[in-house]
Design a protein around this ligand. Sequence first.
Ligand code: ADP
Ligand code: MG
Length: 749
Amino acid sequence: MNALEIPLDLRLPKPTARKLAEHGFATVGELLDLAPRRYDHWGALTRMSSLREGQDVTILAEVISQRIIPNRSRKGVRLEVGLTDGTDVMTAIFFATNEYRLAPHLRQLVPGASVLFAGKVGSYRGALQLTHPQFESTEGQSEDEIRERQKRPIPIYPASAKLNSWTIARAVTMVLDALDDADVPDPVPSEVRSRHGLPTHARALRLLHYPADDTEHRVARAALAWQEAFVLQSGLVAAHVGASGERAPACEVVGNTVLAGLLDTLPFALTDSQEQALSEIRSDLEQTRPMQRLLQGDVGSGKTVVALAAMCQVIGAGHQAALLAPTEILAEQHAESLRGLLTPMAARGIDVQLRLLTGSSHAPVRREVDLALRSGDPLIVVGTHALLQDAVSFGDLGLVVVDEQHRFGVAQRDRLRRPSGEATDGEKLTGSRVPHQLVMTATPIPRTVAMTVFGDLDETRLIGLPPGRTPVETFLVDSANGVWMQRLWARAREEVDSGGRVYVVCPRIDEADSVADAEEDEPGILLGVDDVGARSGAAAHVAQGPPLANVQSVAEYLRTRSPLAGLGIHELHGRMTAVDKSRVMDDFAAGRAPVVVATTVVEVGVDVPDASMMVILDAQQFGLSQLHQLRGRVGRSQRPSVCMAVHRHELSDWSIKRLDAFVSTTDGFDLADEDLKLRREGDVLGADQSGRTSGLRFLSVQRDEAVIREAREEATVLVEADPTLRAHPDLAAAVRQRAGSDLVWMERS
Ligand code: ADP
Ligand code: MG
């Protein structure tokens, strides 16, 4: 019997079990998985100066006074209890119809007692106050119990008004008392555990919830982080070694006329780096072991042609290939540039079929593409997530190329690898056919994140840019400086007059737009643009300063009152239809409207060689990688280009650091490392699509690189010896469970 699967109502009084169930805890395991947020100590009182009005808090305070006061206006009495942390004071207040009802309070809240209080911090006449807080004293416990208890750290759980920390703590204690350690499954095999000096899972849970001292809960957390990394890596390694018997089609190079035709007709010579990437991919695709390769290359480094060569190899071998882009604009651009590269081949009689499929493709087009895909005939399909929808099934998918992977969570990634229509249940995959996979990103993924989320993706980097590029000069401009702002728009005019194009990027669409422009093809995934990483923080930021720049007002200003007045100025944002968006981009590329005021829809991949100036307004709102992506939209030809990051006068330290990093280098890899250092955990591993925070529980990609590596090595040894995990049922179960809760890495910039 798995002790963690025992329902809580077999272990706890019914009302407690019911209350916990309402909060999503139905089993012993679910409750024990709830980690304390922090540990307090009897004798170490909670600092009151850190409390803020409106917070739900659990604090440890010493009672200094108690006073019963009759109510003047109403019937009844109130009890005022003075509390201190040794420095500051506050009051706890209780109302009652008569004094007798307050007897338990009077008995327990006596001067000198240390008491845990939980409640919402309010204020009364400028002083902080807890009204009707719940409290927990040592009343009714024996001397020994008290002494024993006072030595221990007090776990403080994430609590709500309806379920306070010590109710959880009591339930946890009861559950632990009844727990049979032998029945707690242990995903980490005992040899591995002893090699790394880790306690058993059961022991780690006990140390986490009922530590004798501060060392114990630290040991527990470290062990649970290790275990988490190990489960994660075991799953990834198992998938990677093809343990499930996954096979992809082997695509021969010899005699591949399509691949040869492409390479013969390319309008430029490949860079060494591109050649190198291609040769790695070429040999991957010749194997039946599914390729899982990450192609990292800075913006403009020329990843597309590498992807096309890979797709041609697959097409030439008689299979289908799909290229997925995060936005419709980008999918269209890809389709167009691929067509451009395929045209000279057609002239030689090598006809490669290419289809575009996006969310706004009309039904007849969809049907036609769907039929073509089902037929299994070799063709390239370029599209957005629409491709991921069940409606599309591939007859013979040999390769999936995912562009700008940072926009895709692991769940989607895995979904694509499944042969169409098949369940994602790992067990059903035995022996099944899957496509090769090439993942491309211009936002370098820090090594630990890549390992954590993608496991063993083979990695290829495109170093440097194709010849003929000029580095983009970047400047910071304080928006409060009117002279500089004038100069900036004058400069924009000069760019246009000399044949250049100007992007102006804003964080908002219009004045009413309080949230960011949601990424068009990506319902559910937050793409925050605020600089603090937390939406509430951004809201506060905006409330204080002037409103954030928005596309509508900025376009209006530029058309009427700036040196750009009289020029064609278009707006571009995610609320426009795909048709309108592509018309805007056409006009922009052709110079009919040489200025585009846009949201971050221009962020990824958009390629207009004449674009020479990027103006980012309220640049403090954007993340580093997002800024870098935006800057990558210019500098795409020999024309010298500039990027102007316009920011508000008032900046947080954090914003200053980020903007400084942004101007200091144009190297995407350097920026990615800097970014990881500056980010907070929650920004790296985001919430899943249901809005539930998912991802890592104990593990930190910022702190635990060594742990991830160690766990990976152990997982590799174990999985290679036992690919189906037959000898490790606990681990297999944990891996399956983990696969169900999707870990999402997203670019929350
Ligand atoms: P990214 O890596 O950002 O996706 P692209 O693949 O869009 O970059 O390439 C940027 C531009 O560089 C495209 O216009 C492409 O045609 C061009 N390009 C790619 N490789 C080379 C090369 N070896 N020599 C010259 N131009 C190249
Ligand atoms: Mg690209």
